[in-house]
Design a protein around this ligand. Sequence first.
Ligand code: HEM
Ligand code: HEM
Length: 186
Amino acid sequence: MALLINNTRARYGLAAISLHWLMALIIIGMYPLGLYIDSLGYYDAAYKTVPHWHKSIGVMLMMLLVVRVLWRMMTVQPKVLSHSVVQKRVVKIAHSSLYVLMAVALVSGYMISTADGRAIAVFNWFEIPALPAVLDEQEDVAGLIHFWATTTLIILAGAHALAALKHHFINKDKTLSRMLVSTGRA
Ligand code: HEM
Ligand code: HEM
């Protein structure tokens, strides 16, 4: 059995599978980390470290999202395994919405962090410069957008995961297994 790097019309390849699970795990971890930041007071010891990790990991996610979107544009997409036209449409809309929400969550996070003109030090390794603020009270407005975009993203991803489990255990089709392993006939 060959290891597939690229997608085919029947399966996801190793690149799409790795990017999907790496980003899903990080995003799910980032949500409670963000809520924890919100509960911290200025004088808590963790105030000096946890926001720094959240922002640094967030910048990594932004880079992964760019790679993922470019990769997706360069490779074919496997056919959706639902029979009805309506279900196929719903799946496509859900996947596009997940991409839009990821982008809004990441850009709003960047806009909170750089609202005061400060660059983001990524793991004290390199810096992402701040662009000039574009909104009045940018920190607060972007903070509100960030909370709602990330919350909607987590809820939609939860529904998406339940749909994948339904396909696996009730419809008994390959929807989940082809997102887990990349070997098989091309
Ligand atoms: C998809 C990835 C991300 C998720 C799931 C996420 C999640 C969250 C959540 C749930 C909060 C708490 C919001 C609140 O209670 O109001 C938060 C706060 C925050 N996030 Fe993110 N975040 C992500 C990416 C980013 C990125 C890329 C940055 C910056 C580069 C960032 C910067 C911040 C900052 C600075 C706060 C504190 C805001 C405040 O205290 O008002 N986040 N994040
Ligand atoms: C924050 C978490 C998640 C995000 C943002 C996310 C996002 C996506 C996106 C955008 C796709 C479309 C394919 C692509 O372009 O890569 C996809 C496909 C898929 N995801 Fe997720 N996902 C998440 C979590 C999960 C979880 C927890 C599961 C399973 C328990 C799951 C199972 C699947 C499956 C099976 C597919 C393939 C669907 C098909 O072929 O029609 N995902 N996901």
